[in-house]
Design a protein around this ligand. Structure first.
Ligand code: URA
Length: 441
């Protein structure tokens, strides 16, 4: 077998055998294949696609390219969640304490943000002292003491995906449904969960820009789960505008605290409660119960403070600091740069998630390159969202940097330009978009 034959076969629309896929993944993992052949292969996949069987084989080979977490010591069904990425996505820090308050063990391995999308690890690291480096040997002890843990993906988890993703990023081959599906599912399978709930985001601020592509990605990941023996449920959610009102690390964690205190924006609650209900359904705690019943039980956990207390347990368990009222101590505080006001009366028609995400990144909340550091206090508060009535002179959005920000005036101007493009105001009423587009399992 040689790599040139594999590239030519895929280029001409052929279907690869499991042996050929295993050969490719092993050459990626041991770095015996040159980048130019891997890149050519990825481009052939982008144009020709892959069958469900090929995609599953690719996923399984990638998941076995490093360590597979063994969670069998932890009793009960372990359900993992993942989002295909978005702007203002603060679902995990709210979801984990809710699920854990039902006595369901949660081992969540998350990533860092890159580009306009934020990362859960960065958000937790905006809490003073919070340590996301939890090794698999510590999982059981953490679950025994706190019922949940939030860890970073170790270098040894699906390393083939790491190499492939880095190449896809620089060869224009990220937006391929089989490559995205196998990338996500390989890490979830290697993470050792018994069942998986995926938030498949859709809109300008997501990888999948339209509903049909999002639906196809969801279908693919469910098919992989079926062939791999792991039940998968996909919640399709809208990412035409950011989730909630806050974008940025400390800012989003402040909104997390609000929601965990029984307040906070409805769109965030809707996604969290929908995901929570689907996760619970896969465990003994929710088996046979309806989504509506589970959602209202989860809402009760937000209102009665149980989820808030669990959040505090998680922070303390991983070295983070709390104030005496149980709220987290942050490493920095957002510093207001300026607030922009509406220039006319009307209704917010667009609040483009991609433009807001990029503007927030320019202020220092995200990374342009993997090596970049983050300004934890930076970000944007959206005072108005799609469908909101607005009067001339009312606050539209506020830009923040951290208290010791290194951001230049030029960058702030660029961020303002993007925010100007993100917002449009219509003179006639506009419907707010539905947060949940579908639930597929
Ligand atoms: N998230 C991933 O982990 N991989 C992709 O390819 C896209 C989103």
């Amino acid at each position: 077998m040689n790599m040139l034959q594999l590239i030519e076969k895929k280029r001409d629309g052929g279907i690869l055998t499991p042996e050929e896929i295993a050969f490719f993944v092993s050459g990626v993992t041991d770095q015996s294949l040159p980048d130019y052949q891997i890149s050519a292969f990825l481009m052939a996949v982008l144009f020709q696609g892959m069958t469900d069987e090929e995609t599953t084989e690719l996923t399984l080979c990638m998941s076995r390219s490093g360590q597979i977490c063994d969670l069998s010591e932890i009793p009960g069904t372990k359900v993992d969640k993942h989002s295909t990425g978005g702007v203002g996505d603060k679902v995990t820090p709210i979801l984990l304490p809710i699920i854990s308050s039902f006595g369901v063990p949660c081992v969540k391995l998350s990533g860092r943000g890159l580009g306009f999308t934020g990362g859960t690890i960065d958000k937790f690291e905006s809490i003073s002292g919070f340590n996301c480096s939890v090794s698999p040997s510590e999982f059981k002890a953490k679950i025994d003491t706190c019922g949940m843990l939030l860890g970073g993906q170790t270098a040894d988890l699906a390393p083939a995906d790491k190499f492939l993703y880095a190449l896809r990023d620089v060869t224009g081959t990220v937006p391929s449904i089989p490559l995205i599906a196998s990338s996500i599912m390989s890490k979830k399978i290697a993470g050792g969960a018994d069942a998986i709930v995926l938030d498949v985001t859709c809109g300008n601020g997501a990888f999948m820009k339209d509903v049909e592509s999002a639906r196809e990605l969801a279908r693919r990941m469910i098919a992989i789960g079926k062939l791999a023996g792991k039940p998968v449920c996909c919640v399709m959610s809208s990412m035409v505008q950011p989730l909630g009102h806050m974008v940025g690390n400390v800012l989003e964690m402040m909104e997390v605290v609000e929601v965990l205190s029984g307040k906070g924006p409805d769109d965030v609650k809707e996604v969290v409660l929908t995901m929570a209900a689907e996760m619970l359904k896969m465990t003994d705690a929710g088996k046979g119960k309806s989504s509506e019943e589970l959602k209202s039980r989860c809402l009760e956990k937000l209102k009665n403070g149980e989820a808030f207390n669990k959040f505090g347990d998680l922070i303390l368990s991983q070295g983070g600091k709390l104030h005496s009222d149980g709220t987290p101590v942050f490493v920095d505080q957002p510093f207001e740069v300026m607030t922009v006001h509406a220039e006319k009366d009307g209704y917010v028609e667009t609040c483009d998630a991609l433009e807001v995400g990029e503007a927030s990144c320019l202020l220092g909340a995200g990374r342009m390159k993997k090596e970049d550091s983050i300004d934890m206090g930076a970000g944007i508060k959206l005072h108005k969202k799609i469908g909101d009535k607005v009067s001339r002179g009312e606050e539209l959005y506020t830009l923040y940097t951290g208290t010791h920000s290194p951001v230049s005036e030029d960058r702030i101007d660029e961020a303002l330009l993007k925010m100007g493009k993100a917002y449009s105001i219509s003179s006639s009423p506009v419907n707010a978009p539905s947060e949940i587009l579908d639930v597929i399992s």
